[in-house]
Design a protein around this ligand. Sequence first.
Ligand code: ATP
Length: 583
Amino acid sequence: MEKIVSLCKRRGFIFQSSEIYGGLNGCWDYGPLGVELKRNLKNYWWRVMVHERDDVVGMDGAILMNRAVWKASGHEDTFSDPMVDCLLTGKRFRADQIDEQSGWVVSFSGAVDFEAFQKLQQEKEAPERSSIWSEIELAPHLRGIFANYSSSFDLDSRSGYVQLSDPNGQMKSLELLIKRGTLGTSSLQPFLAMEIGGDPKSFRWSSNRGVNRAIKLAQDFYRKRGVTNPIVIAVGVQREEHSKRFNPENGALLTGPRAFNLMFKTYVGATEDDSSVTYLRPETAQSIFVQFKNVLEVSRKKLPFGIAQIGKAFRNEINPRNFTFRSREFEQMELEYFCRAEEGMKLLDYWLEERLKFYESIGIPPAKVHARKVPDEERAFYSKGTYDIEYDFPFGRQEVEGVAYRTDYDLSQHQKASGKSLEYFDEETKQRFLPHVVEPSAGVDRSVLALICEAYSEDEAPDEKGKMEMRVVLRFHPRIAPIKCAVFPLLKNKEPLVTKAKEIVALLRPHMHVFYDETGAIGRRYRRQDEIGTPFGVTVDFETLGEKNPDLRDTVTLRDRDSMKQERVTLKDLPGILVSRIS
Ligand code: ATP
């Protein structure tokens, strides 16, 4: 992944958003090559899903919609992820994405001030001279605490821990002292910390390198709560296996899950109050549902038929991660395919197959793409069947598209909430009913990332002197490659070669995105194009000018990026050959 991310930046596919200001987490900008790749993917999706079909029309809805849409669709109340926070760092995680951890868990019931505790300990030696030890009511408590604990103190950092032998009894005594202020700045907030991993047979409170990591975490936890020099009070330790209660990055306890709405809230108009609230859309689908009736009327389609849309969606993801995979602003390519209830399950399978074919047609081999049937307990309550289409990313197998049979849930919600009929009238049977819908919903950014990951490869190619050297090559399918063909004059200081090469650029430009390059040795120029995935290279040489052999006048070499083979083709045939290979 690191190599891919760095290539993306170096060659202008993807940059961090607002980079010069330190970036904005979860947001990305596509550079000159990234935008071409993304556009090619979207155009091809549109071609396959809309232009090549009789039963689908497109639309382009606004990102901002009436808040009532999000109330009716259920997003305002339920579009949330369960989220947990690290009690130490405050870092937020999605509860269902926490990796399980095993280790020793130490329970702490609070922390007291180092100086105050040390003082009491020293005064124990001569209680009669201590104003506290000599108080009749306190003495039994003090003896209870100080008679039986193990501890370790670090004079340099002025911190440490005590491990109580009778936590219940001793804690009562400590609480009493804390309430009286005898133990300085203290905290009685319970905390748990896991020493991730660790020796599963036994727990060591301290080693010769210092105290245990769980204790260090607890010291940090109580420092953050105002105990500057904490002695943490450990009241128990036990082993936990496969636990999701702790921050996998440090072992600190996480809060319990709380629902976190993923929609970005905004205000429409000049007043910022509850009456002007709406949201940036978290999916494109809802504008299709609320325009269903309009599109049906103007397109005069009969069931089954679909409405397709490509557009931005926004989700305030808790942990944006894996490069562009989980972003806060992204694009979706969605089709809502309306049908009769009895066709729903069959069409779900049909669309799954169609979508799997799509990934193959953009160069992702079927072996790397998987259909996962989403189990009942994970599926939205209104869906009768859902598949996730997953790709084997370098960081694991992850969803790029969902194909869901959403029944008539959305249309019926909007019909109810708006009071407007969204029914379909079947002229043959004279029946009115709400259509059901099957939705293939793909992520543009996730698909682009899959394309880049799939295309990335390293092999060897000869340099100028024929010596083999490492070559980075993006093996994009020609259909989606950002630049289709590069045109090179063999030498840049030979005017007829340059003129001819520029004529060829002009010849090809109406048909495809072409790139002209005259700088550097020809091998280096090929390599630069290989690295950005340009499938074809055309070189204009002296043969093209007919200088050596008149039969070769107006022919060029056409080089294939993957095989590195070169063929001689006539200029007359060149556009046709290239167009057939990239379409
Ligand atoms: P996840 O479980 O990964 O959050 P999801 O199941 O919520 O995804 P859907 O609501 O089904 O996703 O959205 C459809 C598609 O939109 C996804 O398959 C994905 O390609 C894309 N998508 C969703 N969320 C994001 C995101 N945060 N960043 C990039 N793409 C996304």
